[in-house]
Ligand binder design. Structure first.
Ligand code: B12
Ligand code: SF4
Length: 464
């Protein structure tokens, strides 16, 4: 059938990060929506995060569907404003739009809140009948039996590694986590046959990133389901290595870890967040409390999986010198890689609500991205927290430490050495860029505030 309409799927980004400096794995939101779009739509995609630039003054389409992160939302608004003047229908979804639908509606014809597939179909149906609504709601607890595979033609080839989803949802409510904007986030698994079909498409890849909230799930039943999936993956022998995000209780299940290794998993990313028990209470991550992190890492290592630790700096409970303790703790835990993020306030989260009441937010979406300060910290100035983060990263990515980790890998068969060297190298280049960007933001802000204050002073000053 000849296409009746044209849709452009678009990831807007303020900062284009394709300088070979990031560990880049692909988003999947628009690929899933594309798979749920009728055949009589012609589809194109643009992804500014990996270097493309959309040309809103000249592109032609009936609908532009955008999936921005908070850091890209101003770019999304800028582009939508131009497109709508040209009578192109603009629709947006994702975390930021779900948290701030009224703000988004100032720039978009329609906002989709929550999980997108079903409301997307409703939106297209309304579009065809020329009666679109302003908001569409997608439940977060729908069964994934009919989800199907994502349309991988709508994933930009510039990403270094493909992502894959095997499940959705997380039942916790950590106060900083953007996921808390979504209600009823039940953990659900994607049917094994669908996952295996999607993996078949990725045969021949070197590394695949599972971007589920938590690959292993939360209950005994979930672990059992994961083991069944892993056994099927082993049988299929896809040939790629893979990594995933997971939780500390992985260490309690040796069979699960062994099956993960056997099916190609080599690294797990874990949100430790902090090595201070009091901090975990502050961020409502009590399920991490009273756990011996060192023992957990040892246990996971003994099953040949590398551990990437994710930590947060800037909690109220952390004093100015906490990062020095963190450096010691990370060294003693012997994690393989670290990511250190700044406490960041995402719209719609419990943390955001608290800090708003306390007057500590700097609501500037362009700087809401985990490596640029966007709140007033209790115990750090912005310069201090950036310096603290730099110290942690620098202490970890030394030549000596990298060599030690590589040797440990050689002797324990965690055979992702080539990738690890690449990531460490990238990290060494990307960290100075991140720091420079963060400092630029702070200085720019200080300059803008200063000039605004000066301008106000000029207006207030009596004329000579
Ligand atoms: C893949 C990924 C990336 C990729 C791709 C980024 C991109 N362009 O989207 C890379 C590695 C490049 C990346 C980078 C960053 N990321 Co990232 N990333 C993810 C990750 C792991 C998976 C996203 C995904 O594909 N999920 C699967 C899809 C199917 O789910 P979904 O996105 O929620 O989409 C569904 C619905 O939301 C909805 N929907 C979404 N968009 C739309 C659009 C329309 C039109 C409709 C109808 C529906 C709809 O329908 C979809 C299907 O149901 C998430 C964590 C997570 N588990 O979600 C973090 C996450 C999205 N990233 C995050 C952040 C902060 C970043 C960085 C800013 C970090 C940094 N400091 O560098 C950067 C910067 C990105 C930029 N400049 O724009 C945050 C976002 C928070 C926020 N409110 O913005 C998340 C949530 C992680 C976290 N918990 O902190 N990231
Ligand atoms: S931080 Fe992790 S455990 Fe906490 S709510 Fe978010 S995804 Fe769930």
């Amino acid at each position: 059938m000849d296409p009746l309409y044209k849709i452009i799927f678009y990831y807007p980004a303020l900062e284009k990060e394709n300088k070979g400096t990031e560990f880049l794995y692909s988003p999947l939101s628009l690929a899933y929506l594309s798979a749920h779009t009728p055949d009589y739509y012609r589809k194109e995609m643009y992804d500014e995060y990996v270097g493309e630039d959309i040309a809103p003054h000249s592109l032609n389409a009936d609908i532009v569907a955008m999936s921005p992160l908070t850091s890209g939302i101003n770019r999304a608004y800028q582009v939508a404003d131009i497109l709508r003047k040209r009578s192109i229908v603009c629709v947006v979804g994702g975390a930021h739009a779900s948290a701030m639908p009224e703000e988004a509606l100032e720039h978009f014809d329609a906002v989709i809140i929550g999980e997108g597939e079903q409301p997307w179909k409703n939106f297209l149906n309304d579009f065809e009948n020329k009666r679109i609504s302003k908001t569409y709601f997608g439940r977060m607890d729908v069964n994934l039996d009919k989800l199907g595979v994502p349309d991988r033609k709508m994933v930009h080839p510039n990403y270094h590694y493909p992502s894959i989803n095997t499940s959705r949802g997380c039942p916790y409510s950590c106060s900083f986590c953007y996921l808390t904007v979504y209600k009823n986030r039940r953990y659900r698994t994607i049917p094994h046959e669908t996952v295996l079909q999607d993996m078949e498409d990725l045969r021949g890849e070197q590394l695949v990133v599972v971007t589920d909230e938590n690959f292993i799930g939360y209950s005994h039943q979930d672990h059992k389901d994961r083991k069944d999936l892993l056994k099927k993956m082993i049988k299929k022998d896809f040939g790629f290595y893979w990594g995933c995000q997971t939780s500390l209780n992985l260490a309690e299940d040796p069979e699960l870890m062994d099956l993960m290794y056997e099916s190609g998993c080599r690294a797990v990313f874990i949100g430790f967040e902090s090595t201070n028990p009091g901090d975990l209470q502050e961020i409502r991550k009590n399920h991490n409390a009273n756990i011996d992190y060192k023992q957990i890492v040892e246990e996971i290592h003994s099953h040949k999986l590398a551990v990437i630790a994710s930590c947060i700096l800037g909690l109220d409970n952390q004093d100015k010198n906490y990062h020095k303790q963190l450096i010691r703790d990370l060294k003693s835990m012997k994690v393989d890689f670290v990511r250190v993020f700044l406490m960041t306030s995402w719209p719609g989260t419990p943390l955001n609500n608290r800090l708003k009441k306390e007057g500590r937010l700097i609501e500037d979406w362009d700087r809401t991205r985990k490596d640029i300060p966007n709140i007033r910290y209790k115990n750090y100035t912005h310069e201090e927290i950036l310096q603290a983060r730099k110290e942690v990263m620098d202490s970890f990515f030394t030549f000596f430490n990298t060599l030690k980790t590589i040797l440990r890998w050689i002797f324990t068969e965690r055979s992702l050495i080539k990738l690890f060297i690449k990531m460490s190298f990238r990290n060494r280049i990307s960290e100075p860029i991140r720091n420079k960007r963060a400092l630029q933001f702070i200085l720019q802000k200080a300059y803008t505030t200063k000039t605004t204050v000066n301008k106000e002073a000029e207006v207030m000053a009596p004329s000579p």
